[in-house]
Structures are given as C-alpha cells and as structure tokens.
Design a protein around this ligand. Structure first.
Ligand code: ADP
Length: 484
C-alpha cells in the first residue's frame, strides 16, 4: 500500500521534534538530583521571562517556586519522587523573573542511567491559570447560588409578607407570610394577575404609593376585607426594576388596640362625664340654695347625687374589671350556689319601679358551680340591659338541663339583628354607638359577662326569637359537675 501524502525529508522531521520540545504547550525542565537545572525549553523561558543563561547551571528547580512551595518541594515532592520514581499533577506556582506567579500542574520523572542509578529529574509543567480561573469562577458561582438560596430561605421565614408584581400586573413571587395574609398558595397565585389571584388587591394597590429608588418607603395602613372579618395591613411599595415589590405587615392587633383606646376615651368622656355633671349640678344647687329649698326637693337632689354616683361607680368598676380580665388577674371563687338565691338577689338590686316589670319563673333546688358574686353580677347585667333596652316585661327564669342549669333573661324589646349576635360580646360593642336612643352604656357589660362565665366553665349566648331578646347562661350543675 502506498503511503499517504508526501514523505517529509528526515531533516525537517528532526527540526520539528526539536521545535516541539522547545515550543510545546508545556514547560520542560531537566534537573540534577540536587535540583540544578541542566536543560529548559523555550516555553518555560517565555512563561517566566528568564533568559536561558540565568537558569541553566545557575538555579535549582525549587528556586523557581515561592517560599511555601519550596518547603513543600523538599519535604514532600522530592521524597515522593525518590520513592515512586515519579510525581503526577501537583498544583504549584512558578515565580516569574518579575516576581509574579504562574499556577502550574507539575509532573516529574526520575531518569536513571544504564546501570539503573537515578541521575536526573525530568519535569513537565502545564499552565493551570485557565483551570484556576475556571475553579475560581465555579467557586464564585457556587457562593452566589448559596447566597441566593439563603436570601430565598430568609424571605420565606420573615414575618412580613413580600409580593413581587410584574409590570403586566402579574404576581411574580410571594413568600409564605404573604400566602397567609391573602389566604392563597404561591403556586396558585404566581403568573396570574394580582387583581384575580389576591383577594382585595385592587383596593389595596390603589391606596399605596410606589416609592422610587431613592425615596423613603412610606407605610400605608389599609384594610383588607375578608369573609372572616377585616384585617389591617401596613403596606410599603417600591419599584424594583420593571417590577414592584410590596412589603406587607398584618397590623390588625395594633389597629384593634388603637380602636380600643379611642373607644375607651369616648366612653370615659361620655359615660363618666354625664353622671359627674348631674352629681356636681345637684351638689352645687344644694350648696347655694340649701335653706331656700323645700325638704322634698332637697331629698330629690340628694337621691340624684346617690344615683349618679352609683352610675359612676358602676362604669369605673366595669373598666377596672375588664382590665383585670384582660391581664388574667381575675380568678373566680367557684362553689355551690343556689340559683334561687342568685335570682332573688338580682331582683332585690333593681329599683322598685323596674322590679314590677320583672317576672321570675324558677324551680327550687337548682344548684350550680359558680362564683356567687360574679354570677349575680352577670345576671344583674342581663336584667339591667333587658330593662334598659325594652319597655315591656322582663322574664327571669332558671331551669334544669342535662348536666347544667340554664338561666334565661327575656324581653320583648327591639331584639338584636342576626349579624350582630356574635359581635355583641365584643369589648365596647354597642348597637347604638352614638347613643342616639339616649340610653347610655359602656359596651363592656356583655364582654365582661362572657369572660366571667367562660372562666366558670359555663356558656353564655343568645337564643333566636321572633321578637325581643333572650340571653341564656348555662352553668354546670353542682351534683353532676362537668364541663358543658
Ligand atoms: P351596654 O353598657 O352598652 O349596655 P353591653 O355590653 O351590656 O353594654 O351591651 C352591648 C350592646 O348590646 C348594647 O349597647 C345594646 O346595643 C345591645 N344589647 C344588650 N342587651 C340588649 C337587649 N336586651 N336588647 C337589645 N339590645 C341589647
């Protein structure tokens, strides 16, 4: 078979072998056993910037290494070479003539003479700067990915909701807290228009101004209407590239507290001022005209002072008791209590005119587990409300149930609308907050009643009726004591 292509002259081949050695893509160094360099190729000279005469017969291999690597060379590299006859792929650096360094991968082989005696070392060094750069980039990319993963993890765990909205109005990202606030999973919301995916978003977004890069992020407190009741959100919005990032904090608790504070101020100003004005007026009239007034009028003024002071005392007691209940300092003294005793005491506490409107229907011998004073206070409050809010008769009854005794207070008054039946037990809640009917009250009575009864293991509620209102209080019977 004919050889392929032209046959190169022998001389050209020899030249090219020489050229290959000198200009190979690797540095070649031959050294004696003590390290003295005896031959180096052109590539090494090009890489290091030395002249051949500066190296050959003048420097040792490890003179080309930085100080730390020199020690490594002597303690590890050279002994390993002696033991194994070769060393492969050790990452080292060569120090160039100008002091800069070149990362290399070094391989060395021990060369023996004909008698098998080691005489020299042949070393090949590959430029590893590309590889190092690649490794560095790989490390940097990994660090970057890790820091992004940590940022994403932090985002999932912060208390604030974070929602990213794209310039097309679509949800791009939402964290766990935002899922809770909007009651929707990120999987269900992402990529959909925010106005569709997040209930109440439209109303919320309209109210919140979007801060630019250098602007302060002003928080807006806005309500979010939900079936389970309103929540109040403190929202900031900031431009983030083409998207807008919303940070959302649920401040319903704080908002409710603010509401309670302003309710308290309103009540204190009205419910305390009214009886105080009455008391002061009556006392000043007595003081100024005592001798001019007929006996009957003097007595009427004194009665007014007593009545209004009692009203003041009642309002103050309610405010204090509500505070104690909230701070959990109230502890009921539960013992066996005869219901007849309670109902009698309540009726006795009512003024003579109102007393005539009360009808009591009870069996004797109904004994419950309760705090006597607190139960009397609760029933008195229910009777008081019935007398206050309805003009007609008020029925007060106690009847046995399976493990409980039920006390009911009924009237034929205006009743309580279906939608307000739960709210009626909230602190400061009044059907007529502006008191247009002229009937005063703190809105604390039923709140206190529910808290007290629950702490006696009982239940309080409203029975549905066509007309009027019936409140019930269930308490555990003393003999069959157990939770209701
Ligand atoms: P208040 O001091 O205002 O009476 P309560 O907590 O005792 O406070 O009652 C809360 C609200 O419930 C009242 O303001 C009133 O609007 C309503 N309410 C309570 N009892 C009755 C009733 N028997 N009939 C009609 N409305 C009632």
């Amino acid at each position: 078979m004919e050889p392929m292509g032209d046959v190169l002259p022998e001389e050209l081949l020899r030249d090219s072998a020489e050229d290959l050695y000198e200009n190979a893509p690797a540095a070649y160094l031959t050294s004696l056993l003590d390290g003295t360099l005896v031959r180096v190729n052109q590539t090494l000279l090009r890489w290091t910037g030395y002249e051949r005469e500066e190296l050959v017969g003048r420097k040792r291999l490890h003179d080309l290494l930085p100080p730390g690597a020199q020690i490594y060379y002597e303690t590890h590299y050279a002994p390993l070479l002696q033991m194994q006859g070769e060393v492969r792929e050790i990452a080292l650096e060569l120090v160039r003539a100008d002091g800069t360094r070149l990362p290399v991968l070094m391989n060395s082989t021990l060369v023996a003479d004909d008698g098998g005696k080691p005489r020299a070392v042949r070393t090949t060094a590959f430029d590893a700067s590309e590889r190092r750069r690649y490794e560095r980039e790989l490390l940097a990319a990994r660090a970057d990915a890790e820091s992004r993963a940590r940022a994403a993890q932090a985002l999932e765990h912060i208390a604030e909701g974070v929602v990213l909205i794209g310039d097309g109005g679509e949800v791009q990202l939402m964290n766990h807290a935002a899922e809770r606030i909007f009651d929707v999973s990120a999987a269900a919301a992402v990529s959909r228009p925010a106005t569709e995916a997040l209930g109440g978003w439209e109303a919320l977004a309209i109210q919140v101004a979007i801060a630019g890069d250098d602007e302060a992020h002003a928080a807006h407190v806005v309500p979010l209407r939900r079936d389970q009741g309103d929540v109040w959100l403190s929202v900031t919005a900031a431009q983030a590239g083409a998207a807008v990032v919303y940070t959302i904090r649920d401040v319903t608790g704080e908002h409710r507290l603010d509401q309670v504070r302003s309710d308290l101020v309103a009540i204190v100003s009205h419910e305390l001022r009214t009886p105080l004005t009455g008391t002061l007026g009556a006392a000043q009239t007595l003081q100024g005209r005592y001798n001019d007034l007929p006996e009957a009028q003097r007595l009427a003024l004194v009665s007014m002072i007593v009545e209004q002071s009692q009203r003041l005392e009642k309002v103050l007691d309610q405010i204090l008791l509500a505070g104690q209940i909230d701070e959990h300092v109230f502890d009921p003294q539960v013992r066996s209590v005869d219901c007849t005793e309670i109902l009698d005491a309540v009726v006795r506490g009512v003024g003579p005119d109102d007393r005539r409107r009360i009808v009591v229907e009870t069996e004797t011998g109904l004994v419950v587990r309760a705090d006597l004073d607190r139960l009397r206070q609760v029933v008195a409050n229910l009777v008081d409300n019935a007398l206050k809010y309805s003009p007609g008769p008020v029925r007060l009854a106690a009847s046995p149930r399976e493990v409980a005794v039920r006390i009911t207070v009924s009237d034929d008054g205006p009743g309580i609308p279906e939608g307000d039946r739960d709210r009626i037990f909230e602190k400061f809640f009044r059907l007529d907050p502006a008191q247009q009917s002229g009937v005063g009250g703190t809105g604390l009575g039923l709140y206190i009643a529910r808290e007290l009864i629950q702490r006696m293991d009982g239940r309080i509620g409203l029975l549905s009726r066509e007309r009027g209102t019936t409140f019930f209080v269930d308490l555990p019977r003393a003999e069959g004591y157990g939770r209701i």
